[in-house]
Design a protein around this ligand. Sequence first.
Ligand code: ARG
Length: 482
Amino acid sequence: MAEQLWKGRFSKAVDARVNDFNSSIRFDQRMVRQDINGSMAHATMLGEQGIIPEEDREAILTGLQEILADLDSGALTIDPTAEDIHTFIEQTLTARIGDAGKRLHTGRSRNDQVALDIRLTLRDETAGLTEQILALIEALCAQAEKNKESVMPGYTHLQRAQPVTMGHQLMAYVWMLLRDCGRLQDAVARMMRDCPLGSGALAGTTYPLDRELTAQLLGFDGPCPNSLDGVSDRDFCIEIAAALSICMMHLSRLSEEIILWSSWEFKFIELDDAFTTGSSIMPQKKNPDVTELIRGKTGRVYGDLNTLLVMMKGLSLAYDKDMQEDKEAMWDAIDTLSLCLRTLTPMLATMTTLPDNMRAAAARGFINATDCADYLTKKGMPFRDAYKLTGAMVSDCLGAGKTLEQLSLEEFRAYSPLFAPDIYQAIDLLTCCEGRASYGGPSRASVQAQIDAARARVAALRAEADGDEADDAGDGPDPQQD
Ligand code: ARG
């Protein structure tokens, strides 16, 4: 085990089991770039304020750049016995540049350091996740565009209810996923408002730090107004984990649709062989394992959110070691969502829709019964009577094993003389969809308008993300952005 930074006070070596238990290097090495970026901003500010000599600042900045380059090239590997990533970087720097390295931690604590690192890491990693969600949205829009006329039953209570199209149904998920992107964006914007660096261990510091400068260098709106709050809250982790949980909930519902639609009972879609698995005993099976795993893993991300909520609920101010648990929960939630998106997107892009089967199911479900009643109402029959009469017709059809559109004109007219040949057009399933031209409804024009609007939103979100990156890059020593 490398030497602890805090060893001075102790007369006895710490038990190896405690060292292992305490160490976070296994999971906090994921923040190595952000840790180095934070240290570069801190050193820049210390030099600017005359807290450390100019030449020490230069030595620190060059040393940290070199550490980063060596990590990238593989010339330097992270010591798995170090206590944490902060210790490892500081000790490596000091081993390379001597006393200047020992000045880096002036006016700083690992408590504000870790509070900073996790924010920067979450900012960077949620940007990647958002891009993955946008790719899924694009795949859904492409399928929706191909299936604007694929009439299928819309369901309530999983009972056939009214006609929709596959395009309409897929676009419903697009709007959910766009809100997920918005939630992540909001949470990150709030997280990046207040920079914790300069909070020290909990009570600030006696050095004349310029907290505005470090906040600006690192892409925050400004410094956090209260040092105790800066080092001790993890509400931003909880918010992001909640956004990820909600996104998983949406993926899980979409997965459930895919599972139903690919079953023989529905057969609205056929999954590509490359995205299904077989059974070791039943040769006919083609299982939608991917979507079942997504449904299963949703519970795991909810677990991560719960870990964070429970971890925080009993902690008095300020930093407590319990908070070290934040990272593993966050990484697990991020990695799980990312893994699901990486598989679900190509699975949806390659699935084949089967419009004939959808239409057959739609025809068998009397989902045009409302339209038949509306036809009579428009010809003058009071709606309640029309509703009753259509109910009787459906009941007779069920007995005769027929659908409404299979009745002859004579049969229709036996129910009411108001029926004319245009009834067939009125209850045609595509007509029924097209008739629902209200804003947000299943008509082709409405679904196309949704696709266009969603694509514009995707482009806007991408442009905002690019803008943010450009802003950060212009802000100062931030090798991560180079
Ligand atoms: N590994 C610690 C964490 O992740 C870093 C902060 C350590 N601070 C301390 N006072 N022991 O929370």
